[in-house]
Design a protein around this ligand. Structure first.
Ligand code: ATP
Ligand code: MG
Length: 177
């Protein structure tokens, strides 16, 4: 029998200050599920029932979401608990990558986790290096490290030409959260 050729998976980064990083990753996940691919989404920073989490539960046979943030980053300095949660996320992603059970792994807001000092950039780079040949890795969050950008195959920088946030419009249910 002819052996099926393993298709190469790439590393993608969605960064920048404009809107669309998280929604691009969710959109990709839905598209992938439509093709029968399995997706693992690790959410750093966030914790809570965001609308996208609720929506993705409808695809629970193909899309798994796990949260590794304590969801309270109002005044900057992370607590040891915040760091511990992010580190647990890192370990979980390592074992998920090693299992080779998923076609796509999304590291949601991982760039922000690096910038806040919750994980070190070397660990994030390690995941890119560790990923199986046919796994697609998607890293989101503003302020991607130049080292991550260097290692990635696709980098999209969302540029805020205009954003109503600047006019004081907070995150709206179903639109931004
Ligand atoms: P989306 O989830 O809609 O795709 P995103 O993932 O690109 O957006 P994030 O960087 O995760 O956006 O931003 C999260 C929230 O921060 C936004 O929904 C918005 O309420 C708020 N925000 C937007 N622009 C800014 C800004 N320039 N500075 C600080 N906060 C912002
Ligand atoms: Mg986001």
């Amino acid at each position: 029998m002819k052996q099926k050729k393993r298709k190469k998976g790439y590393t993608q980064v969605y960064t920048g200050n404009g809107k669309g990083k998280t929604t691009a990753a969710i959109g990709l996940s839905i598209r992938a599920a439509g093709a029968g691919l399995k997706v693992f989404i690790a959410q750093f920073i966030k914790m809570g029932d965001y609308s996208e989490i609720k929506a993705l539960k409808r695809f629970s046979d193909l899309i798994t979401v796990e949260q590794f943030g304590l969801g309270r980053f109002t005044n900057g300095k992370p607590t040891p608990e915040d760091i511990k949660a992010a580190q647990q996320g890192l370990e979980r992603v390592k074992s998920v990558l090693a299992s080779n059970e998923y076609n796509i792994i999304v590291l949601e807001e991982a760039n922000v986790a690096v910038n806040l000092g919750l994980i070190v950039v070397q660990d994030l780079l390690g995941l890119i290096i560790q990923k199986p040949y046919d796994t697609e890795l998607v890293i989101t969050g503003r302020g991607a490290s130049p080292m991550v950008i260097e290692k990635a195959d696709l980098v999209t920088e969302m540029k805020p030409v205009k954003h109503y946030f600047q006019k004081g419009v907070p995150a709206r249910l179903g639109i931004e959260k």
